[in-house]
Design a protein around this ligand. Structure first.
Ligand code: ADP
Ligand code: MG
Length: 567
């Protein structure tokens, strides 16, 4: 390869030169080394990770873990470029579950620094000690060491004076290191960490839950000011916390967005979050959040930059939209005041109901009691100072510290749904126009077995042999507009139920059926009187707060919120 003729001016670069070039992209400063070592320890399933840095990592970075360790062969291979145990094929690239996969971090670090490795698998008697310096192996020997892996990186960029000179002051590099540390400490609260800088212990974090980890790293935060966020959507799931925007320090620049446990800079999503919080933030603050998105690995590409801190999403636009409405809802819900006394509410807000792996065990921002929301409307429509916007949103001024906004359409959904939750017999109302539906003998036979049970729920259905079904009544509290779709849904059910002798659990089936209908309908508008009527009845609902799918029915426009909107 070293023979060069006029015909061959191109040559393949030697391995150590390639590694140095790669290092130029991956290893920019001590913090890049720290990030790669921490990620390797996490991929190695460590339960405890300890970090020691000196002079902001410029003179020494050490990471010790109690993970799976390496065999003597792997210990040697891990410094080779493109040496990885994490993927084997292109297909794996679209299914990545680990932090690393490029197999270039250790090769790059070893190309630009002095690296010492001690590693032992828990099942091995003896471990391996390897010393690499600026791309060359200096030593390999068996060694006694603890199970797990220790990597010690010193003399970073010693042979690259320009790079070395471009390193900043110790405090600045130290800050970068801490930043990288936090970006892995948050998404892995179940791992215990210790962090020392110049012999001083800065962090000692036990394995804990996410909210515990957030408070351990931000001891000045008030847990009541954390707004929990948790939601499953068809495209992604999300959990985490947002610091109440009004309580966010005016100079905050910190925020943490993780996708599949990896810290990601995603401008579009970050701006969406900012946009939502902006009216509530003080000064120049950016919102402070710890949000963890899970997106199926094949719908995300993180192989955009070598540091893997950027991502391309197939459904970016949709995810952005959904994220905005989820966060908006969580903020709105957090303004519900903590009422004094009242009746215990069996349900906790949606955000706390849907748990996930490292989901909060601590309850923050909970509202335990049922406030008397609509007592101001009790005296009847004429007395209540209420306002209806767009035929849908009823604003009441019944509360001294703010106003309730009630989504009347959702209240209507809730109340209609609850009609069938009651134990029968339900009082029936005759329909002015009975509903007719043609039906064949099989469906009629099924209805014959259902007839009595349905009458118990206020649904009187006549079977006209060989021809049709006629629905004559509905439960008294159900709007007649629901008669037609209800009969159609029952008809569909009869077609889909193969065994007619099987008894139906109507107390479960009917509410579900009704909700399927309501969900499909276009929201309708209401008159002020209708709206007030519905809202009055809402007070007696089993859950006046949420629709059956967990959407909020009303929001509280607190004085605080109004003040900050006007600020
Ligand atoms: P990647 O993480 O992309 O695979 P690295 O260069 O960071 O590439 O690491 C190369 C390989 O060395 C890893 O795939 C893994 O098998 C092994 N390795 C690195 N660090 C550790 C560790 N702390 N514990 C166990 N194995 C490790
Ligand atoms: Mg790695």
């Amino acid at each position: 390869m070293s023979i060069r003729t006029a015909e061959q001016r191109i040559r393949i670069l030697p391995e150590n030169v390639i590694n140095q070039i790669a290092a130029g992209e991956v290893i920019l400063r001590p913090a890049s080394v720290l990030k790669e070592l921490l990620e390797n320890s996490i991929d190695a399933e460590a339960r405890h990770i300890s970090v020691w840095t000196e002079e902001g990592g410029k003179t020494r970075i050490q990471v010790t873990d109690d993970g799976v360790g390496m065999s003597p062969i792997d210990a040697e291979l891990c410094f080779e470029r493109h040496a990885t145990s994490k993927i084997a094929s292109v297909r794996d690239l679209y299914q990545i579950q680990t932090k690393g996969f490029r197999g270039e971090a250790l090769a790059s670090i070893a190309a630009v620094a002095h690296v010492e490795l001690f590693t032992r698998r828990p099942t091995d008697e003896i471990g391996t000690h390897i010393v690499m310096a600026f791309g060359e192996r200096r030593l390999k020997e068996p060694a006694r060491c603890n199970p797990g892996t220790t990597l010690i990186v010193t003399q970073l960029f010693r042979q690259l004076p320009v790079r070395r000179k471009s390193l900043r002051s110790t405090p600045t590099e130290h800050r970068h290191n801490l930043q990288e540390f936090l970006r892995v400490a948050y998404p892995h609260p179940d791992i215990a960490y210790q962090y020392y800088h110049n012999e001083e212990r800065l962090y000692h974090l036990p394995a804990q839950t996410l909210p515990e980890r957030i408070l351990a790293l931000h001891p000045t935060l008030n847990p009541n000011e954390l707004i929990p966020i948790s939601e499953e959507t068809p495209l992604f799931s999300i959990h985490g916390y947002l610091l109440s925007p009004e309580k966010t320090p005016p100079d905050n620049r910190e925020n943490y967005l993780f996708i599949n446990q990896r810290f990601i800079r995603h401008l579009a999503l970050q701006q969406a979050l900012w946009q939502i919080c902006k009216p509530l933030l003080r000064g120049e603050a950016r919102p402070l959040y710890w949000l963890f998105l899970r997106i199926p690995p094949h719908e995300i590409d993180i192989n955009v930059v070598p540091s893997k801190t950027e991502a391309r999403l197939i459904y970016e636009v949709e995810i952005r939209q959904m994220l905005m409405s989820i966060v908006q809802k969580a903020i709105a819900q957090s303004y519900m005041p903590l009422p004094a006394g009242g009746i215990a509410l069996s349900e906790v807000p949606l955000a706390q109901r849907t748990g996930s792996d490292s989901a909060p065990s601590m309850r923050v921002n909970s509202h335990k009691a049922k406030p008397m929301l609509f007592s101001g409307l009790r005296g009847g429509p004429s007395e209540s100072p209420a306002l209806l916007v767009a035929g849908r949103y009823l604003i009441t001024s019944a509360h001294e510290n703010g106003a309730w906004v009630i989504d009347v359409w959702r209240a209507y959904q809730r109340l209609s749904y609850e009609v069938f939750l009651r134990k029968g017999p339900l009082p029936a109302q005759g329909l002015l126009f009975p509903v007719h539906l043609p039906a064949g003998p099989e469906v009629l036979a099924t209805f014959a077995t259902w007839q009595n049970a349905l009458a118990h729920y206020g649904l009187q259905i006549e079977l006209r042999e060989g021809r049709e079904l006629v629905l004559h009544t509905l439960p008294a509290e159900l709007p007649p507009a629901l008669a037609q779709p209800l009969l159609e849904e029952l008809f569909r059910l009869a077609q889909e139920t193969p065994d007619i002798t099987e008894a139906m659990a109507w107390d479960e089936t009917l509410p579900k059926l009704l909700y399927t209908i309501l969900e499909k309908q276009q929201p309708r508008s209401f008159s002020l009187q209708e709206a007030q009527h519905l809202v009055e009845r809402l007070d007696q609902a089993q859950d006046p707060h949420h629709t059956p799918t967990g959407q909020p029915i009303r929001l509280f426009l607190s004085r605080e919120l109004l003040e900050s909107l006007f600020r």
